[in-house]
Design a protein around this ligand. Structure first.
Ligand code: THU
Length: 131
């Protein structure tokens, strides 16, 4: 897996972030088992709870295109801190990915740390089989 390439794709998607309320721009790039990459950005709303994070945008694009097998996601934020996925996104990821799914978290300069879903969401809630 080319981590730099995935972070670059997330950075490109970040340019489309719609975040007039927080001014925090996030990009995500989701690598599928077949090598395809689906990107996403955060899309905010004046009714704040309608906001969608970059990670979920990328996942929902991929799933709606028929993808089922996911390898890794890169997430990039727009400040110096490494951008970690929020709890809702971790839960959504856990619906489709197993504990070894890779989550690459980057800051605005591309410095990154690599985690797994198992590390970021242990003992997750599920009604189905644990992946
Ligand atoms: N945000 C994401 O897109 N992904 C994350 O992992 C953390 C937060 C967005 C949501 C909102 O538009 C902005 O960042 C500030 O919370």
């Amino acid at each position: 897996m080319d981590v730099k390439k995935l972070i670059d794709a997330a950075k490109c998607a970040q340019e489309n972030a719609y975040s007039p309320y927080s001014n925090f721009c996030v990009g995500a790039a989701l690598l599928c088992g077949d090598g395809k990459i689906y990107t996403g950005c955060n899309i905010e709303n004046s009714s704040y709870s309608a906001t969608v994070c970059a990670e979920r945008t990328a996942f929902f694009k991929a799933i709606s295109e028929g993808q089922k097998d996911f390898t890794a996601i890169a997430v990039i934020g727009s400040d110096d801190k490494i951008c970690m996925p929020c709890g809702v996104c971790r839960q959504v990821i856990s619906e489709f990915c197993g504990a070894d799914f890779k989550i690459i978290c980057a800051n605005k300069t591309g410095e990154y740390k690599e985690y797994t879903l198992g590390k970021l969401l242990p003992f997750s809630f599920t009604l189905g089989e644990n992946k």
